[in-house]
Write a protein that binds this ligand. Structure first.
Ligand code: ADP
Ligand code: MG
Length: 362
């Protein structure tokens, strides 16, 4: 087990800066996720930790040891690649044993360790099968076993579930978490999928254009996004530009040009700091916080009509069109057909003031 400490690392490819001045401290035994859209520098960062790339600038440390230019085979990291990078015409055993052979581990020891790890990933029945004869999910498990068998200090996973169908993806999330907890291994997980990040991680770093936007636990990132990029990338939200008007007792009052009215917001520390420190302000409100036709006060109430109702099974999305430019989405748990709104119905929406986050534009 090991901590991973990245201090102001930058990686440039010619004129492209893939990762820019990144500082991160990943704790021992932590499940840490790099989340962000395609091209934001997640894989490049992971490869600098694995040693496949050396940073243009900055340092990579494991515990307090400087690893910045140590070659990959001397780092004791286990990596699972997006496309698995298995040898298709070799057996499961041969694939998993590969890293041990390179490390010149004895045949008896290799047999024991491969057997153990295949039991852990529930593939011991398939030990003599050719990898090309396995399903996608099984190949995924072989890739995991191959990374784990060398008993790495750090496990690195680059979008390991992106080639699987939805049901299998869900199953493998739980499987990977179980293995991570069992081995207690420091794990860095790369994904562009917010649900994976929220459900699996101890902490998440959100990336955009090679820059880390925010680091926090899943609930911190979801409930307290630091800017509009994070608010929009993680979960659904309605974002509206606002301008500060005044402070009134327990409230901050803003104006929304889009809604043509004032917006009342709780004067939390975060909301106060956001408006004191920034000129370009946005309000963010999550769809599950929005109330339709509820018994509300007179502030933060807007009239519109239901433009679309989407049934997802567990929940119902109701889109309320306020004007030409603004449609607000509300999400409710499915409480039965009698509670669904009909498209075209005139309704009011209420935006509770303690549910609105004032954030700067990224
Ligand atoms: P992500 O994994 O988040 O999708 P990457 O780390 O792969 O992003 O890429 C970040 C940026 O760096 C992209 O603009 C990509 O085109 C560029 N890049 C990555 N690897 C190389 C490389 N070997 N040569 C040139 N550009 C690269
Ligand atoms: Mg990538």
């Amino acid at each position: 087990m090991s901590t991973v400490n990245l201090s102001t690392i930058t990686k440039s490819f010619g004129s492209v800066t893939a990762v820019n001045d990144l500082d991160l401290l990943i704790e021992e035994g932590e499940f840490f996720t790099f989340l962000g859209p395609s091209g934001c520098g997640k894989t490049t960062t992971l490869r600098m930790i694995a040693g496949f790339y050396y940073p243009t600038k900055g340092k990579v440390k494991f515990n307090e040891k400087d690893m910045t230019t140590v070659p990959p085979e001397k780092r004791n990291t286990g990596m699972v690649f997006q496309n698995y990078a298995l040898f298709p015409h070799m057996t499961v055993f041969e694939n998993v044993a590969f890293g041990l052979k390179v490390r010149k581990i004895s045949k008896t020891e290799t047999k024991k360790r491969v057997g153990d790890v295949l039991r852990k990933v529930r593939l011991d029945q398939y030990i003599d099968r050719q990898v090309s004869q396995l399903s996608g999910g099984q190949q995924q498990r072989v890739a995991l076993a191959r990374a784990l068998v060398i008993e790495p200090d750090i496990l690195l996973l680059d979008e390991p579930l992106s080639n699987l169908d939805a049901r299998l993806r869900d199953e493998m999330r739980t499987e990977i978490l179980r293995l991570q907890r069992e081995y207690g291994i420091t794990t860095i997980y790369v994904t562009h999928d917010q649900v994976e990040a929220l459900t699996m991680s101890d902490r998440i770093a959100v990336f955009n254009f090679g820059v880390c936007q925010q680091v926090g636990t899943p609930t911190e990132i979801y409930n307290k996004p630091v800017n509009d990029f994070v608010a929009e990338f993680i979960g659904e939200t309605t974002l509206l530009p606002i301008t500060y008007e005044k402070t009134f007792g327990e409230k901050l009052i803003f104006h929304s040009d889009g809604l043509g009215d004032s917006i009342h917001v709780s004067n939390t520390e975060l909301n106060i700091a956001a408006h004191e420190e920034n000129d370009d302000l946005i309000m963010s409100i999550r769809p599950e916080a929005i109330q339709i036709d509820s018994n509300h006060g007179e502030n933060n109430v807007f009239n519109g009509y239901v433009s679309l109702v989407q049934f997802t099974g567990a929940s119902v999305h109701t889109y309320i069109k306020i004007n030409e430019d603004i449609t607000i989405r509300a999400t409710d748990l499915n409480r039965g057909p009698s509670t669904y709104f009909k498209e075209g119905t005139e309704v009011s929406v209420y935006l509770p003031e303690d549910q609105i986050r004032v954030i700067p534009k990224a």
